[in-house]
Design a protein around this ligand. Structure first.
Ligand SMILES: O=C(CO)[C@@H](O)[C@H](O)COP(=O)(O)O
Length: 231
């Protein structure tokens, strides 16, 4: 497994939308490394969530860690500029949703954000072939996108290993994130397979009586157990 610090990235899709700003402040104090902001359009995915106005409004809470915007929208490009202006640090989109993948990646970088490609469970890693050197983040979906609270698809473990191999063989500095169905029970295997980061929604916001610090620290413990095994 990678020697970099493994990032725990709470997905605020499972936070309390009536108190979103306060929930974000709480999860940052609990030790989150990055905030994951899921944008769904009821077109590319069958659910509707938050737009750039919401992210902009949340600035009032003084978010002190990077914001990772995951665009599950089609078309993609118009929203890239809007989210960069609203305070996104990383912007990730699905290759199937962009007319011109390379152009969308360029747009993100020109706006001084890190650029990510999100791969659905059935999307082949081959689609990275010609653009991998333009990507800062690979977000491997371990559920079909659209909803929180789904179960982790076990086939993802093999895909994490394959993606790790491609990144290492090409000597690239790409962050490998895994998103969907991440729990205390599987985060160790996800890290062991080669991920650098895990996005977790319901496991952090809906469990352990909302003691976010306890869940995040238990996740770090699981990761350290597997890193001790592999060192
Ligand atoms: O992008 C998505 C779902 O489309 C994810 O970010 C989920 O929000 C993760 O939620 P859990 O599976 O951890 O509950």
């Amino acid at each position: 497994m990678s020697m970099k610090k493994f990032l725990i990235i709470p997905s605020i899709l499972s936070a309390n939308f009536a108190r979103l700003g306060e929930d974000i402040v709480r999860v940052i104090s609990a030790g989150a490394d990055v905030i994951h902001f899921d944008v769904m359009d009821n077109h590319y995915v069958p659910n509707l969530t938050m737009g750039p106005m919401v992210l902009n409004a949340l600035r009032e809470y003084g978010i002190t860690i990077p914001v990772d915007v995951h665009l599950m929208v089609k078309p993609v490009d118009k929203l890239i500029a809007d989210f960069a202006a609203a305070g996104a640090n990383y912007i990730t989109f699905h290759p199937e949703a962009s007319e011109h993948i390379e152009r969308s990646l360029q747009m993100i970088k020109e706006l001084n954000c890190q650029a990510g490609l999100a791969m659905n469970p059935a999307t082949s890693l081959y689609c990275l072939e010609y653009i991998i050197d333009k990507v800062d983040i690979i977000l491997l979906m371990s559920v079909n996108p659209g909803f929180g609270g789904q179960s982790f698809l076990p086939m993802t473990l093999k895909k994490i290993q394959q993606a790790r191999k491609i990144i290492d063989q090409n000597n690239l500095n790409i962050r490998l994130e895994v998103d969907g169905g991440v729990t205390l029970e599987n985060i160790g295997s996800i890290a062991h397979a080669g991920a650098d980061a895990a996005v977790a929604g319901s496991a952090i916001f809906c469990q352990n009586k909302q003691n976010y610090a306890a869940v995040i620290s238990a996740m770090r413990n699981e990761i350290s157990l597997v890193s001790n095994l592999s060192s």
